[in-house]
Design a protein around this ligand. Structure first.
Ligand code: SF4
Length: 384
């Protein structure tokens, strides 16, 4: 029903009749990692943030879950500015999310987990676990985290052991949850890792393997940005991967190739020609709540918070005038954060799905119109 209301909202010029389908909740900005491509903690950043990393208060998260459930949210995705498992109440929050009947996904480095917590993730029937890995071997893992080789390799082995634990425990359960995905940001430093990562995903027996080109922080991550040579060697690696593609492993290789071949790829504008083909209605399907409480329209609008859940009920923000204005802008065909949209849009799949729905609706309308015309003609024939 909620989904129908979201679609109905798109037909009313982007009016929210129900809450978003999915909310990304950044429990904390704390992170012990130093991934080179991270906008918050990269060692390439000229200065470290002066303030302490934000952490969402558990009491506020608890009330928020009630607000999300009551407005029809279906999934909470724990991800964001830091490592979600470093929130002091990570497991109790996860338990509450599931108790509210919401689907729950976690995006994690899967590094500092003990076996007991890994078993709990399976027992709680976490729906999906996305492991941010980026490398298929220890030395590359170390290079992407600016670690010494020995320490990096030890961390890589630990992540693999943790993955294997989750998969082993999961194999003994009836529902086989969580679904596990390897998530890989591709930079100039791991161009050669496509094949090894894909092979690793197959060997482990995870369900999905995804590749995303780095969205670099301008002026800071230039050395990581995919240049022409890197784009070409990625295309060659992809051609080989297509030959070895396994039907049991979900992937986004077609989308990745499309991005690499995009006219703006050399400038890091991988989605510029694609985003303009669809209306952006992310404001009806998605919302992000950050560790400092601020609410964002999408992952590319971090500098433009709509408000804060530390000051207001989420529903007041969702149905409020700022959000409504953004939705109206987007529904009118204007990208609300146009300067960022063309780089990589994380909601592109939703936009495509919506466009397909509009197409089907058009077909149905045309079908009904044709039927009415035929009926009219038939009635005319048999009429008085
Ligand atoms: S990046 Fe742009 S097109 Fe994508 S969801 Fe955000 S505003 Fe919409």
């Amino acid at each position: 029903m909620s989904e129908l209301l979201r679609y109905a909202g798109t037909l009313r010029g982007g009016e929210a009749l129900v809450g978003p389908r999915r909310v990304q909740l950044d429990l904390t900005d704390r992170c012990q990692g130093r991934c080179v491509a991270c906008w918050n903690n990269s060692p390439l950043l000229p200065t470290r943030p002066a303030r302490e990393p934000a952490v969402l208060p558990t009491a506020r998260v608890n009330t928020l879950l009630g607000e999300l459930t009551s407005c029809g949210v279906e999934e909470v995705f724990l991800s964001g500015g830091g490592e979600p498992s470093l929130h002091p109440d990570f497991l109790p929050i996860l338990t509450r999310i599931k108790a509210h009947g919401l689907r729950c996904s976690v995006n994690t480095d899967l590094l500092r987990y003990n076996p007991w917590i890994l078993e709990e993730l399976v027992c709680l029937e976490l729906d999906s676990l996305t492991v941010s890995l980026w490398a298929g071997d220890g030395p590359s893992y170390a290079a992407l985290r600016q670690q010494g080789r020995e320490a990096g390799e030890a961390c890589f082995e630990q992540v693999l052991r943790n993955l294997e634990t989750v998969l082993e425990v999961r194999a003994r359960t009836p529902r086989r949850l969580p679904r596990v995905k390897l998530y890989n940001v591709v930079t100039r430093r791991n161009v050669e890792q496509l094949g090894p990562l894909y092979e690793l995903a197959l060997r482990l027996g995870v369900e999905a393997c995804e590749f995303v080109p780095l969205d670099p922080l301008p002026g800071v991550m230039d050395e990581l940005t995919l240049d022409r040579a890197a784009l070409q060697s990625l295309e060659r690696a992809l051609e080989l991967l297509f030959l070895r593609r396994h039907p049991g492993l979900a992937d986004n290789l077609d989308q990745f190739l499309r991005r690499l071949r995009a006219p703006g790829a050399g400038e890091g504008r991988y989605d510029a020609s694609e985003v303009v083909q669809y209306p952006c209605l992310a404001g009806l399907f998605f919302s992000r709540i950050r560790a400092d409480g601020s609410v964002n329209y999408c992952l590319k609008s971090g500098r433009y918070p709509i408000g804060s859940i530390l000051e207001q009920d989420f529903r007041a923000l969702w149905y409020g005038e700022v959000y409504a204005g953004l939705r109206r802008t987007a529904a009118a065909g204007v990208l609300p954060f146009a300067e960022s949209c063309g780089r990589t849009c994380d909601n592109l799949d939703d936009h495509r799905e919506l466009a397909r729905w509009f197409d089907r609706l058009d077909e149905s309308r045309q079908g009904v119109a044709a039927l009415m015309a035929e009926l009219g003609a038939t009635c005319g024939e048999v009429g008085p």
